[in-house]
Design a protein around this ligand. Structure first.
Ligand code: NAD
Length: 500
């Protein structure tokens, strides 16, 4: 498929993709994909004002009707799954199969949110006073600011958008300045869905194209009660302090450093498949990528040898080719960070296999690598750092307690897993004294979560939860209502207060 055909199918006219100072290059070969217009700081306050106006109407639309709009958006995504997936691959570099998965995740999220729109319910709570009723009501919160990263250019936004919208909140979306085309396409498909209903006010979704300075304007605006930000921990710290300074609500989804404990009773075939997908899928550029493999010493040599054989068969190459397992790194900086990390790991006693640049002659402006394994005798400083690349540390352990300690002894707390057939080990891993992460799996790798569960992590990962379960509550305002249907006025706690 030609890029022009994809642009056309997704509503990206030449006036959108060919005019502007922001040059977008494909990580596949470094070629120019387009030039888009970015906003200036002075454009943002009027956009915030429009979102506030939009909120005034949208909050009055019954939630199931709001859900119906999201259902229609899901239909647009279904119809254009292949186009949008191709654009993700062109702009982000992940293999087409994973791009399809990203769009499918958006579709699933739309289905989930459409169903949820009929289930935004609160509790009725027993009142201590006679002839009183106490209940909780959930109201729309207000316009939400969504800041998203380059590695999931649309799915992460859609987790937020689908929920925010059914909860009654317009969205101002600042996608990564590195992937604006995919964002423009996702927004254009939403405009098509919105045009099919009569009750959608203007400005339900507005795109803020540009860098962190524009993100900061959203962060500092008291008109946006919620800022949902996904990206690095450094970004999250800046966002958290900015939002806290105005007592706003922030939802943070930040860096991970995800581990697997591989125990003697594990099904090794399953484990190896899970390791390979979660360590080098998306070229190691998922927040949930497996970065630390903590292996029982009795299996260590066997597992390392097995992994080296599988790694040697991994095809790095053009992500549009169905035979490719691993597309390019996103940019030169990603490659340099990977090489610096490998160097540092060697300085700290590591022994590495793979990690070198390949296909340089075919793609001199792109950064393809072999996936890297780094054997470490212990967990050193560099292992505690997230390097956004296909680089897996392998560390031996002797006792289960030691494995758990190594596992939790990092500042991040996103996703984790254990491979074991020992029920005690599995249960301890999932218990309060086990994994300290927001996601803990048994006999499943750490990446590739389903949308039905709450997604997110603890510690330096930021503590936020997105996507399924009851995360919708973050996008709403809770009111506690007490109704007196008696003819007296009893006070809570039995307080007597009579004034004649
Ligand atoms: P990044 O932090 O560089 O940028 C993310 C977004 O934040 C971009 O839109 C950027 O413009 C914006 N931004 C940066 N600094 C800002 C500031 N001070 N104020 C306002 N906005 C600011 O991250 P990235 O390189 O695009 O993405 C990779 C990182 O994201 C990795 O660390 C990865 O683990 C993390 N990530 C986490 C999750 C999760 O759910 N936990 C999901 C995907 C990616």
């Amino acid at each position: 498929m030609q890029k022009e055909d994809v642009f056309k199918a997704l509503g990206l006219s030449p006036s959108i993709v060919n005019q502007g100072p922001l040059v977008v290059r494909s990580p596949i070969d470094g070629s120019e994909l387009g030039r888009v217009r970015d906003q200036s700081p002075s454009d943002i306050p009027p956009m915030i004002h429009k979102a506030v106006q939009s909120f005034k109407d949208w909050r009055l639309v019954p939630a199931p009707k709001r859900g119906d709009l999201i259902r229609l958006y899901g239909k647009e995504l279904r119809a254009h799954k292949e186009d949008l997936a191709t654009l993700i691959t062109l702009e982000n570099g992940k293999i087409l199969e994973e791009s399809r998965g990203e769009v499918q995740e958006m579709i699933d999220m739309c289905d989930f949110a459409a169903g949820l729109s009929r289930q935004l319910y609160g509790l009725t709570i027993a009142s201590e006073r006679p002839s009183h009723r106490m209940m909780e009501t959930w109201h729309p919160l207000g316009p939400a600011g969504v800041i998203s990263p380059f590695n999931f250019p649309v799915a992460v936004w859609c987790w937020n958008f689908a929920l925010a919208l059914v909860c009654g909140n317009p969205v101002l979306w600042k996608p990564s300045e590195k992937t604006p085309l995919t964002a423009l396409a996702a927004a254009s498909l939403f405009e098509r869905a919105a045009a099919r209903v009569s009750y959608a006010p203007p400005s339900l979704l507005q795109l803020v194209i540009g860098g962190r300075d524009l993100g900061k304007i959203l962060v500092d605006s008291p008109a946006l009660p919620l800022i949902s930000a996904t990206g690095s921990t450094a970004m999250g710290k800046a966002v958290a302090t900015g939002v806290a300074a105005r007592l706003g609500r922030s939802l943070l989804e930040l860096s991970g450093n995800n581990g697997m404990i591989l125990t003697p009773s594990a099904d090794l075939d399953l484990a190896i498949r899970a390791i390979v997908f979660s360590a080098l899928g998306t070229t190691g550029q998922r927040c949930t990528t497996l970065r630390r493999l903590i292996v029982h010493a009795s299996l260590y040599n066997q597992v390392v040898e097995h992994l080296k054989k599988v790694y040697a068969n991994v095809i790095s190459g053009n992500p549009l080719d169905p035979k490719t397992h691993m597309g390019p790194l996103f940019e030169r900086e990603s490659f340099e960070a990977m090489q610096q990390t490998l160097h540092q790991a060697r300085t700290e006693g590591g022994k590495n296999f793979g990690g070198e640049r390949v296909l340089q002659e075919t793609y001199p402006q792109a950064y393809y690598v072999r996936p890297a394994l780094v054997e470490m005798s212990t967990q050193t400083d560099i292992v505690r750092k997230e390097t956004f690349a296909p680089l897996l540390y392998v560390i031996p352990y002797q006792t289960f307690e030691e494995a758990l300690h190594l596992h939790n002894d990092v500042s991040q707390g996103l996703s984790s897993c254990i491979f074991t057939n020992d029920i005690r080990e599995a249960e301890v891993f999932l218990s309060s004294s086990g994994s300290d992460c927001g996601i803990a799996n048994v006999n499943i790798g750490p990446s590739g979560a389903e949308i039905g569960g709450a997604f997110g992590g603890e510690k330096d990962t930021g503590g936020g939860r997105e996507s399924g379960s009851d995360t919708w509550k973050t996008y709403m305002r809770r009111a506690t209502n007490t109704i007196n249907y008696s003819d007296s006025l009893p006070l809570a706690q039995g307080i007597r207060f009579e004034v004649e």
